[in-house]
Design a protein around this ligand. Sequence first.
Ligand code: C5P
Length: 223
Amino acid sequence: MITVAIDGPAGVGKSSTSRALAEHFGLAYLDTGAMYRAVTLWCMDRRLDLDADQPDQEAITEAVADSITGGHLVMGLDPEHPRVSLDDRDVDEAIRSTRVSEHVSVVSSIPAVRHVLIAAQRAIMADQDRGVVAEGRDITTVVAPDAQVRVLLTAREEVRQARRSGQAQSGSAGAEDLAARDARDSKVTSFMSAADGVTTVDNSDLTFEQTLQVLIDLVSSAM
Ligand code: C5P
């Protein structure tokens, strides 16, 4: 069983690369960003005010904990179809909306929320006999610092923004200010530079296939 941890900023292509990597090796795939997005949507559906000057952290944490312990949030781990659902409702598209992207940091910056989700992520990962590729912002440092492969996937900011805009034009993601979200996220997680023992892969000048090959080589040499 192998654990592959991949962190990085928004728009670097973490999800598509991580999925392809998991598929290549027949591993499970955990998108922790999708988890933070799904619990954010769950809070919005419960009419919790995420725009307030001082959001009600206790109420938000309670709702997030309920989404996990109540079994409302289900994370699909199949890299070919990593379906995310809330009470059997497929929310894959809804969690990528601009509305969720703009509010997710409000929820993810609450320490008690992180505590709940980190525990849930570790439990999911421990359950994968085949091994798992997990991606996010704090996987290499907090969730799975003992992972056999730890990668910081990064790219120059203008490259990331251009890639995300290209996706927005094809309809798969809303246009948004990635730098603003990274700045908010950087206050609680450290993903702009690699921690000790973490391999940095800058894919600014690499194609998707080249990036994937670099990761395949890293995983192969750890197996
Ligand atoms: O990866 P993605 O852009 O979908 O992540 C959405 C948001 O979830 C991030 O902007 C961040 O606020 C939060 N996140 C986090 N820790 C992780 C993964 C995502 O705080 N491990």
